[in-house]
Write a protein that binds this ligand. Structure first.
Ligand SMILES: CN(C)C(=N)NCCC[C@H](N)C(=O)O
Length: 287
């Protein structure tokens, strides 16, 4: 089993993550709290109350987890393609796999990564939703003092299964949308690259960015539900399952609720995934 894809997936994911985290914080807050009038209002309030550090809340854990999550995604994707088509990453330029195989490999990668991602994503979302400024003497203390405190208090109050809250929705979100992600990337690369050649850096940047946007547009409705399931019982409402969350969110806030965070998700997705794919391709070519 080639390991280069796992390592390249990790490094490229970390670069994308740092670039996209401030956008991600705004998105999570817009999706799970009703106190903001829009992206700008959320950004301004975050900056005024929490300084620039507010945008980077909950980032330390994802930096660690991206090593696991992105390397699982890219590693599984590439190795499933190897099984399906008997070609390595380099050989796939001259013998491109069918889009059906790309889709199956992407869905498999998305399905497996969801289970690795679930606990890290839960901690990230809980920390990002804390809007209290950094602890000062006499000020309101946030519920969680940091990622490890968040894990230990979830374990204490909700038991080990508490760490998997929202994982079913995460799996439903990531399985098809990562198929869409890799198919879009492959399709755009092939449109702008002569047969048998490697795509240029500009092509990889644009194809990666567009793949990110396409996958996040498809993922946003379940992303909203996932965030709410992860926050259920804390600030938000309690739900009796995914369906109840969908129905009561739509009843109370209208169908537009499923597109909350779509603009910021797309704005974040382009640079994050352009950088992720560029560094991934570059690292694999170097090795
Ligand atoms: C749920 N969806 C749509 C995805 N995971 N899409 C793939 C993008 C992965 C990248 N690390 C990012 O966060 O944009």
């Amino acid at each position: 089993m080639p390991v280069e894809e796992f390592v390249a997936g990790w490094i490229s994911g970390a670069l994308g993550l740092i670039l996209g985290h401030p956008f991600d914080t705004i998105k999570v807050r817009l999706q799970s709290q009703n106190k903001y009038r829009g992206i700008l209002d959320c950004a301004v309030q975050t900056y005024q109350h929490e300084s620039i550090l507010g945008f980077f809340k909950g980032m330390s854990f994802p930096i660690v987890s991206i090593a696991i999550v992105n390397s699982v995604l890219f590693g599984i994707y590439s190795n499933v393609l190897l099984v399906l088509t008997s070609t390595t990453h380099q050989e796939r330029r001259s013998q491109p796999p069918s889009y059906t195989n790309v889709f199956i490999a992407g869905c498999t990668g998305g399905f497996v990564q969801a289970y690795f991602l679930a606990p890290f994503d839960l901690v990230k979302v809980r920390l990002q939703n804390q809007t209290e400024p950094r602890a000062q003497l006499g000020s309101l203390q946030p519920r969680y003092r940091g990622p490890l405190h968040c894990v230990s208090s979830i374990l204490r109050k909700e038991g080990p299964q508490g760490l998997l809250r929202g994982s079913g929705t995460l799996m439903l979100r990531d399985t098809p949308t990562l198929g869409i992600y890799f198919v879009t990337y492959e399709w755009l690369c092939r449109q702008y690259t002569p047969k048998g050649q490697n795509p240029s850096s500009a092509t990889v940047l644009v194809a990666g960015g567009c793949a990110g946007i396409a996958s996040w547009v498809a993922a946003t409705p379940l992303d909203v539900i996932k965030c709410r399931m992860q926050m259920a019982g804390l600030k938000g409402q309690v739900y009796h399952g995914v369906l109840d969350c969908m129905v009561s969110s739509a009843r109370q806030e209208g169908p537009g609720v499923f597109f909350r965070g779509l603009t910021i998700n797309s704005a974040r997705a382009f640079p994050v995934n352009a950088v992720t794919f560029l560094s991934y391709e570059y690292l694999l070519r170097c090795w």
